[in-house]
Design a protein around this ligand. Sequence first.
Ligand SMILES: *Cc1c(COP(=O)(O)O)cnc(C)c1O
Length: 486
Amino acid sequence: MNRDFYSKLVFELSQPGRKGYKLPDNHLPEVKLPENLRRTSELSLPEVDEPSVVRHYNNMSTNNFGVDTGFYPLGSCTMKYNPKINEEIAAHPSFVSLHPATPDKAVQGALELYYTLQCALSEIGGMAEFTLNPYAGAHGELTGLLVIRAYHNSRGDVKRTKVIVPDSAHGTNPASAAVAGLEIIEVKSRPDGTVDVEDLKPLLDDTVAAVMMTNPNTLGIFEKNIPEIASLVHAAGALLYYDGANLNPMLGMARPGDMGFDVMHINLHKTFSTPHGGGGPGAGPVGVRAGLEQFLPNPRVVKNQDGSFSVVTDGKSLGSISAHLGNFAVEARALSYILSLGRQGLKEAGKLATLNANYVKESLKDVYCLPIEGVCKHEFVFDGLADKSTGVTTLNVAKRLLDHGYHAPTIYFPLLFHESLMIEPTETESLQTLDEFIAVMRDIAREATETPDVVKNAPLNTPISHPDDTEAALHPIVNYTELTEL
Ligand SMILES: *Cc1c(COP(=O)(O)O)cnc(C)c1O
């Protein structure tokens, strides 16, 4: 490991006797702790002066990579730029001090925000009602599947224990189905990347609770057979679930509700511009078509006849799935984003996301292997380099991109290809940024042929170069003692 100044721990900056604080005189009487609660050794705290602490944390913050520092084409994750006005709205003093136990009449503005966003998402998704309570996409999937189970149970249809999931699905789909206590059946994709309707037909019977689909799917391809799939699924008595984490290119162009989907989730932290990565916070609102509203989780926000808003619970609901009304700050950012873009702006965002992805794909497909030709939506997948003779892998390409100051695309997902390299530029990148990225990707392809070792040994200019993936996951170094033993 290259342990330069920037990756030093605050403990290593420590000098005995240094301090950057001054406590007021203590006039309180001393209280003796019982012997068994007292430390037996000195507390090991870093001793540092104020400038060192300030520099330490500022330097550490610049060791992070984020969409505010560079291009982040991480497929499936929609790492678009998040306008700063959203942050200002979310940080509004009246929002940050909200408490869930405040009486409704004292938080009308916050409830209106929730209600307005709920309506906006219903309009965007073509659904009857949304809950904003789930905390993430996967949490939304679980909530949606619980809604579906509550629906079947309410009709006494209790033998529906299976969920059909395409082989191209995001890993959270089968995981959520398993957590919901449902059995997962895989449906295959055709060579063109879309779900194989002929493979689906024999799987549909009266034991299927739902079919989960992603459209555009994780290959960035629009599933054109949805109307046929929807009627097959409904004829079998099952419901059709829409994984809406990939809604970005669809904004204002097509609505899952109109396609025949019954239940869907949206990732506010992808499509609706909340900064994400590193695990949150996020929000995975769930929408349902008319007739399923009563099963949505509690609590909900309703608009009363006099125009005021109330938090209510419903007896037929599946219950509560989060603390109160979800991640309010994420909801505030999403509404701010939707209102500041407006109807036309949202439509533009979806179209530009599609245009940018196709531009990058077409500019690189002679040097990277494009397994599925044709127009994609917001993202696409290469199957590694076109020249397979060099031994340079997708992992090597991704690592070499780090040397050029880019975040790597998603790699080895979806599992349909051996060398998947999944690129999603999003709509917020300029033509210049895309052209620079394309030039670097072409340089890497040339290096792979001319000087393959350079690519294989990348990255060369990052603090950590080649951690052993398995070792790093199994035995992460999480404390100072372990680090010093390296
Ligand atoms: C990101 C994503 C999810 C999961 O969302 P989380 O918020 O990470 O739980 C599900 N499906 C697809 C297609 C995704 O891209």
